[in-house]
Write a protein that binds this ligand. Structure first.
Ligand code: NDP
Length: 451
C-alpha cells in the first residue's frame, strides 16, 4: 500500500469523530489523533457540560415556582463540589462512549498531537511520521481573549467547569452565546453576575425584538448587564480581580470570565509550512466541499470558521466522506440552520431576523408577546415571544424567533416546516395544540406591522 492510512483525521471532536467513524465503516483505513480528551469542545468543555449546568441552575427558579404552586419546601442550597463531581463522571462516561465508537468502527486512535508536514504526511508528538491519502483537519476552535493588560487574570469557558469553588461574584465580558448563557447559569447558581458588553445590545445579529426581551429578562432575573461597557484596567487584588470599567465603575470580582469569541485552532499546526491557505482569523480556507488549497487536505467544523455549531461540523464531516470516499460530491447546506441560545429565558431562532428580512424584501411581521400561564400562576412577570417573519410576495415564512422555556425544542420543529418552504397559510392550516405557548405560531391572524 502506498500510504499508512487512507485517511488521517486530526482532532477528536464532533466533526472529526463522525467523519472517521463513517469512513471506517465503509472500509476506509482511518486513523485519528487527539491531543486532549476525545469528544472535543462539545462533549468535554462546551454544549454538554454547559447544558447540564443550565439544568442545575434552573432549579433555583423551579423551587420558588413550586412554592407558588402550593409545595411546602425547606431552604435549599446548591453544592458545587457535588455537582462538579457528577458532571465530570458524566463527561468521563461520554468520553468512553466516543472511544468505544471509534474502536468499534475500526479507527486507529493516537493520543498525541498531530501536525501537518505536507500534503500526505502528519507528524505526531510521539515522534512518528504517518502517511495518508487524505488528511482531515478537524481541530475546532479555542477561546479568544482580548489583547489587553491584565487579561491573563481572566478565565474562559474552558476553565469554568473545573473551578474548585464557585466565586461569590463574577464579571462576564462579551455579549454572544457563551457570555449570555453563562450569565444565566451562574446567576441561577447563586453567583452575583455582572456582564459587560461593548455594543449597544447583546446577541448581535439576532432579531432585535428578541434580543431586547432577553436582555430585559436577564436583568429582571438579577444579571447586572451593562451594554456599551468595556474593561479599562485589571489587577490582581485581595479577594479577586480588580476591574476599572469604561462606565467609571471600579470593583473587585471573584472571577472575570472572557467570552469574547472563539478562534480557529490552527496555531502551530504546520499549515503555513505545508502550504495550506489560511484566512484572516487563521481558519483553514475551504471550498463548498470542505477541500483546502492542497487537494488531499480537507477541513471541517469550527477550524474553518463557517458556522460554529456542532451539528454543522457533523454534517460537514459526513459530506466530506460522501465526497471523497463515496464518489458523490456533496456540498453542505448552510441555509436556514435552526439554533438555540440557552439563555434564561431560552431563545430559539431560524432564518432571517426582522431587520435582515426587511433589507431583503417587503415583509409582514406576526408576533405575540404574553405572560405564559405557567409563569403567571407562579407570580412571575416573564413574558414569552412568538414571532414569524413572512414574505409579502411568496407568503413563505422567512424567519421564526421564539423566546420561551424550551424554545430550543420548539425551534427544531418549526425549523422543519420553514426548511420545507412553509407559507404563513400552511402554519394557519395547522390546528393549534392547546393550551401551549407555541399554539400562537398558528393562531396569530393579523400582522403587527408590515415593512
Ligand atoms: P460570539 O461570537 O457569539 O460572541 C463573542 C462576543 O464577544 C460578542 O458579543 C463580541 O462583541 C464580543 N467580543 C469580541 N471581541 C471582543 C473584545 N476584544 N472585547 C470585548 N468584547 C469582544 O462568541 P462566543 O465566544 O460566545 O461563542 C463562540 C461560538 O460558539 C458562537 O458564535 C456559536 O456559534 C458557538 N456556540 C453556540 C452555542 C449554542 O448553540 N447554544 C453555545 C455556545 C457557543 P461584538 O458583538 O461587538 O462583536
Amino acid at each position: 500500500m502506498k500510504f499508512d492510512y487512507d485517511l488521517f483525521v486530526i482532532g477528536g471532536g464532533s466533526g472529526g469523530v463522525r467523519a472517521a467513524r463513517v469512513a471506517a465503516a465503509d472500509g476506509v483505513r482511518v486513523a485519528l489523533a487527539e491531543e486532549d480528551r476525545m469528544g472535543g469542545t462539545c462533549v468535554i468543555r462546551g454544549c454538554v457540560p454547559k447544558k447540564l449546568m443550565v439544568f442545575a441552575s434552573e432549579f433555583s427558579e423551579a423551587i420558588s415556582d413550586a412554592r407558588a404552586y402550593g409545595w411546602e419546601l425547606g431552604e435549599g442550597r446548591f453544592d458545587w463540589p457535588t455537582f462538579r463531581a457528577k458532571l465530570h463522571a458524566e463527561l468521563d462516561r461520554l468520553e468512553g462512549v466516543y472511544r468505544r465508537l471509534l474502536d468499534g468502527s475500526g479507527v486507529t486512535t493516537y493520543n498525541a498531537r498531530a501536525t501537518v508536514k505536507d500534503a500526505h504526511h502528519v507528524a505526531l508528538s510521539t515522534g512518528e511520521v504517518i502517511s495518508a491519502g487524505h488528511i482531515l483537519i478537524a481541530t475546532g476552535g479555542v477561546p479568544s481573549v482580548p489583547d489587553q493588560p491584565g487579561a491573563e487574570l481572566g478565565i474562559t469557558s474552558n476553565d469554568i467547569f473545573n473551578l474548585e469553588e464557585l466565586p461569590a461574584s463574577i464579571l462576564i465580558v462579551g455579549g454572544g452565546y457563551i457570555a449570555c448563557e453563562f450569565a444565566g447559569i451562574l446567576n441561577g447558581l447563586g453567583v452575583r453576575v455582572t456582564q459587560y458588553y461593548r455594543g449597544a445590545q447583546i446577541l448581535r445579529g439576532f432579531d432585535d425584538e428578541a434580543r431586547g426581551m432577553i436582555a430585559d429578562q436577564m436583568r429582571e432575573r438579577g444579571v447586572d448587564l451593562h451594554c456599551g461597557t468595556t474593561i479599562l484596567a485589571m489587577e490582581k487584588r485581595e479577594g479577586g480581580v480588580w476591574v476599572k470599567s469604561s462606565n467609571g465603575h471600579e470593583e473587585i470580582f471573584g472571577q472575570v470570565m472572557f467570552a469574547t469569541g472563539r478562534a480557529p485552532n490552527t496555531w502551530g499546526l504546520g499549515l503555513a509550512e505545508a502550504g495550506v491557505a489560511q484566512g484572516r482569523n487563521g481558519e483553514v480556507v475551504v471550498d463548498d466541499y470542505s477541500q483546502s488549497s492542497l487537494p488531499s487536505i480537507y477541513a471541517v467544523g469550527d477550524v474553518t470558521d463557517r458556522v460554529q455549531l456542532t451539528p454543522v461540523a457533523i454534517r460537514e464531516g459526513m459530506a466530506f466522506v460522501e465526497t471523497v470516499f463515496r464518489g458523490n460530491p456533496t456540498k453542505v447546506d448552510h441555509e436556514l440552520i435552526p439554533s438555540a441560545v440557552f439563555t434564561q429565558p431560552e431563545f430559539g431562532t431560524v432564518g432571517l431576523s426582522e431587520e435582515a428580512a426587511r433589507e431583503q424584501e417587503p415583509i409582514e411581521v406576526y408576533a405575540a408577546s404574553f405572560r405564559p400561564m405557567q409563569h403567571a400562576f407562579a407570580g412571575r412577570s416573564d413574558r414569552v415571544l412568538m414571532k414569524l417573519i413572512v414574505s409579502q410576495a411568496t407568503r413563505k415564512v422567512l424567519g421564526c424567533h421564539i423566546v420561551a422555556d424550551h424554545a430550543g425544542e420548539m425551534i427544531q420543529l418549526a425549523g422543519i416546516a420553514i426548511k420545507m418552504g412553509a407559507t404563513k397559510e400552511d402554519f394557519d392550516r395547522t390546528v393549534a395544540v392547546h393550551p401551549t405557548m407555541a399554539e400562537e405560531l398558528v393562531t396569530i391572524k393579523t400582522p403587527v406591522r408590515t415593512a
